[in-house]
Design a protein around this ligand. Structure first.
Ligand code: H79
Length: 589
């Protein structure tokens, strides 16, 4: 018996030499189960609410100081007006709870440098510098504690437009004179220490825009967080890969299942901080679709609200949150603690989540003909039912035709839910599916670059959303293997992604003579990339793609290999080809 002890001692000793993330493997558990959180952007920027000296300032509301180049001395005056008489922490937490959100993250300090908590490090804080003279972070922490709601803090560790040594304010200060390490050690680190010392257990610290922070500085910050509160998570934007999980870009939803922990921050309209004229609210259907889609790819959905200067969450946001909450109350099993889809790719009709022997088909585009089909599931289905409808039992057929599995479910002609309906499949075992790229029941074949093969030596990179960048040479290629099941003529479409430029969208990609060739075996089509119309992506509604018709190809059923290659790269050679997908669509569809 005693021989065990040296072994255990040995394990303990070696454990201390492991990195923090490894010594605390359970830190991620709550986060993985949660899937859905509330982000709150609240600060002095809620007062101008997008307007400065009678002018509408374009862009996101919390950036107004930067976009309007407001001098520190002038912006500071806003503090004297900050008196959010409606602020009620309890109400915010209840709103999040009713929305089905499982954690909250609030801006403790954004890029403007103003601390929304009572800080001893800088008088530029909500307690000392405003007539409000309260600590909203303390009040929110107390309310969250009452509701067992994990609370995290956003802290802008690199940008601080209030400080000469912080990063980002080029209109008041000379960046060449900035001593970033001094700012980090005299403001950022001491304030993060306050946040982790004075407000009870902190679920996570949400750092942002790492910019110039060095590897050593990111590590110092992450170590500080984990030393003060070992259970506190650090988001991916701490920089230099020092986070506990990864963060996507703002409003960015990756195109495929990712095998690591990740989170995406998403706006309810087009701004984070309140803007009085931003009424571009996402529909409840879009929000639910995005939430379920993110869960289906193994991620967390951090949905933002921007309260007003009086302390109210805008009513259109509250309404939508209530709708999401009502949906989750019935169908939360498809989201909370759900595991990702066994299929690596997206479906046009919605998304798939899983739990044990269960698959959830989260259907946004409900079939009009009373029949829902999915390919590639090799389990035996024991039962199919509409989630949330206790008496539901749907009839179904499973068949193997032409060597591939088809499941056809007879469904009611009206969608059970007007936003997203969930069909639960009880299987004989954990899901086993064909993970290859295959033609879908609607006849389309979608080949996303994130699921394609690039040559070993290439300058091309593929983003989370599956968009190529750095494609500036004609030799570059992307290739896919796929299976088709129906003979016929297919239209070959290229889906390319625009980028924002100062004046709107950069259109050079379709005007510079970029030319693509697509070959399947010895069949080839080639055509210039041109703007044949936009295709909106319901998962990423802010960034529509452009489609280009490249020609048509006839296909026999079977296994195929497709290669796309640039025959010409236009004169610009800055953007190159930003290809997202090649799509084969049955001609005439
Ligand atoms: O807190 C929110 C944003 O303020 C923050 N991240 C989310 C969660 C963020 N910081 N930087 N960015 C996002 C990138 C900012 C890009 C832009 Fe702009 C700001 C585009 C328009 C305003 C900077 C100024 C680039 C163009 C003009």
């Amino acid at each position: 018996m005693h021989r065990l002890f040296p072994t255990i001692a040995c394990l303990l000793v070696s454990a201390t030499s492991l990195s923090v993330a490894q010594t605390n493997p359970n830190r991620m558990t709550w986060f993985r189960d949660a899937r859905f959180g509330m982000f709150i952007h609240w600060g002095l920027y809620a007062i101008p609410a997008g307007e400065w000296k009678g002018k509408q300032i374009p862009g996101i509301g919390e950036w107004i100081m930067n976009r309007a180049k407001i001098p520190v001395a002038e912006y500071e005056q806003l503090a004297k007006q900050f008196n959010p008489v409606d602020f009620d922490a309890e109400r915010w937490v209840r709103t999040a709870e009713a929305a089905g959100q499982k954690y909250m993250v609030i801006t403790a300090k954004h890029h403007d440098g103003f601390a929304m908590f009572h800080s001893k490090v800088s008088k530029y804080n909500v307690y000392d510098a405003t007539p409000f003279h309260r600590d909203p972070i303390a009040e929110l922490a107390a309310a969250c504690k009452r509701h067992h709601m994990p609370l995290g803090f956003y802290y802008s560790q690199t940008q601080d437009w209030h400080e000469p040594d912080g990063n980002g304010n080029t209109w008041d200060f000379d960046p060449s004179k900035a001593n970033f390490d001094k700012y980090l050690h005299e403001k950022a680190i001491p304030q993060v220490r306050e946040l982790l010392t004075n407000y009870g257990p902190v679920a996570l610290i949400w750092f942002d825009t790492p910019r110039i922070i060095t590897d050593a500085q990111s590590k110092e910050l992450a170590d500080l967080v984990h030393t003060l509160q070992p259970k506190c998570l650090v988001d991916g934007r701490i920089g230099n890969d020092k986070g506990d999980y990864r963060s996507t870009g703002d409003n960015e939803i990756p195109v495929k299942v990712l095998d690591y922990d990740w989170e995406t921050p998403v706006t309810t309209n087009d701004t984070w901080g309140f803007k009085k004229n931003d009424n571009n609210w996402k529909s409840s259907q879009t929000l639910i679709r995005q939430l379920v889609d993110v869960a289906s790819k193994n991620g967390n959905y951090l949905l933002n609200v921007g309260p007003t200067a009086k302390g109210d969450i805008p009513e259109p946001a509250v309404e939508r949150l209530q709708q999401v909450g009502a949906w989750l109350k019935v169908r939360g099993a498809a989201v909370y603690g759900a595991k990702p889809s066994p299929y690596p790719y997206e479906f046009n009709w919605g998304s798939v989540t899983s739990k044990g022997n269960r698959l959830y088909l989260n259907v946004v585009e409900w079939p009009a003909n009373g029949s829902f089909e999915i390919y590639g599931l090799s389990n035996r289905v024991r039962k199919a039912s509409v989630l949330g409808d206790k008496n539901s039992s749907l009839t179904f057929q499973q068949s193997k035709t032409g060597g591939h599995d088809t499941l056809r479910i007879d469904v009611p002609s009206a969608a059970p839910n007007s936003d997203v309906s969930v069909v639960a499949l009880d299987l004989d075992a954990t899901p086993k599916v064909n993970t290859g790229l295959v033609q879908q029941p609607d006849g389309t074949i979608t080949l996303n670059c994130a699921l394609g093969k690039l040559p070993a030596e290439t300058k091309v990179k593929v983003s989370n959303r599956g968009i190529t960048s750095g494609w500036l040479d004609t030799g570059e290629t992307v290739e896919w293997d796929f299976e088709s099941y129906r003979p016929g003529n297919y239209e070959v479409l290229a889906r390319t992604a625009p980028v924002r430029s100062a004046g709107g969208w950069d259109t050079s990609q379709w005007e510079q003579g970029n030319e693509l060739q697509v070959s399947i075996g010895d069949k080839k089509v080639e055509h210039a990339l041109q703007n044949d119309g936009t295709i909106s992506d319901p998962r990423n509604p802010l960034t529509p793609d452009i489609k280009s018709r490249l020609g048509a190809i006839s296909l026999e059923p079977g296994a195929h290999h497709l290669k796309v290659e640039a025959l010409k790269i236009g004169s610009d050679r800055k953007l190159g080809v930003r290809l997202r997908e090649i799509e084969l669509v049955p001609a005439g569809q």
